[in-house]
Write a protein that binds this ligand. Structure first.
Ligand SMILES: NC(=O)c1ccc[n+]([C@@H]2O[C@H](COP(=O)([O-])OP(=O)(O)OC[C@H]3O[C@@H](n4cnc5c(N)ncnc54)[C@H](O)[C@@H]3O)[C@@H](O)[C@H]2O)c1
Length: 261
């Protein structure tokens, strides 16, 4: 028996990184997964690898209302219902606040924050019709503390926690649980763009990342996307049946405090 047998889950930003690992793990655990992303080639390849019985790809720009309606309809066409959503898609831009153009700030809000809102607003009624469900929003370590040069990103991740709490309160009566994951540094193209650069030396990039997080993180290493997927599985499955409205930090101890030795 899988932990998600009979479930149908939309995972946004599922073509690569944490979303890809969430899609893979959820299918392993018996769910049927809608792989949603703007990276069509990679998303389609993943859905094909997972098999048509278990996965379908849809093009979904999370900041576009009409895309959400179409993706939800496609999910129902493919698998009959939707009772799970992982709002995982997100973008990161580095900039000091005083030098951040308004368009950049708005673009980050559009994807990270409005994307999450539109996902909840579009999919929750379908979940209610299916008898209930779960929503996992992807916030961040920077939802709970500051980090210089990621002001727009941190603002959206703080906002996602507010949205998570309010959605949990408003949707509990429809048997929908809403929680958030707050990852620290996780080894994906977002944290380690060298993964996408054919000209980069992968070994050198790995060593630089390892050296950095050995110093910064109490557990001495960067996190793996599979570890975040395991937390998203916990929050989507019945093991977390009495949990809603909460942020879950997964950061190797980074937020625990500072150490002087
Ligand atoms: N990697 C980390 O260290 C880290 C830490 C904390 C939080 N997060 C969050 O985890 C989530 C996943 O990030 P990741 O590390 O896997 O990064 P990633 O860049 O590898 O993956 C992000 C995915 O989102 C997709 N995406 C971007 N804009 C989109 C849009 N408008 N519509 C639909 N899909 C879109 C991308 O195409 C990509 O597939 C993000 O919300 C990110 O903010 C990541």
């Amino acid at each position: 028996m899988g932990k998600l047998d009979g479930r149908v889950v939309i995972v946004t930003g599922a073509a690569r990184g944490q979303g890809e690992q969430e899609a893979r793990l959820f299918v392993e655990e018996g769910a049927r997964v809608v792989v949603a992303d703007v990276l069509d080639e990679q998303g389609e390849a993943l859905a094909e690898e997972l098999g048509a019985e278990s996965a379908a790809y849809v093009h979904l720009d999370v900041g576009v209302e009409e895309d959400w309606r179409a993706a939800t309809a496609a999910a129902k066409d493919a698998f009959g219902k939707v009772d799970g959503l992982v709002n995982n898609a997100g973008i990161l831009r580095f900039n000091e606040l005083l030098g951040t153009p308004l368009e950049e700030f708005e673009q980050i809000i559009r994807v990270n924050q409005i994307g999450c809102f539109l996902g909840i607003r579009t999919v929750a009624p379908e979940m209610a019709a299916a008898g209930g469900g779960t929503i996992v929003n992807t916030a961040s370590y920077t939802a709970l503390t500051g980090m210089a040069y990621v002001g727009a990103y941190a603002a959206t991740k703080h906002a996602i926690l507010g949205l998570t709490r309010v959605a949990a309160l408003e949707l509990a009566g429809r048997n929908i649980r809403v929680n958030a994951v707050c990852p620290g540094a996780v080894d994906t193209p977002m944290t380690n763009p060298a993964q996408l650069d054919p000209g980069a030396d992968p070994e050198a990039a790995r060593e630089a990342v390892a050296e950095l997080y050995k110093k910064l993180v109490p557990l001495g290493r960067i996190g793996q996307p599979q570890e975040v997927a395991a937390l998203a599985l916990f929050l989507t499955g019945d093991d977390s049946a009495y949990i809603t409205g909460q942020p879950f930090v997964i950061d190797g101890g980074w937020l625990a405090g500072v150490s002087v030795v």
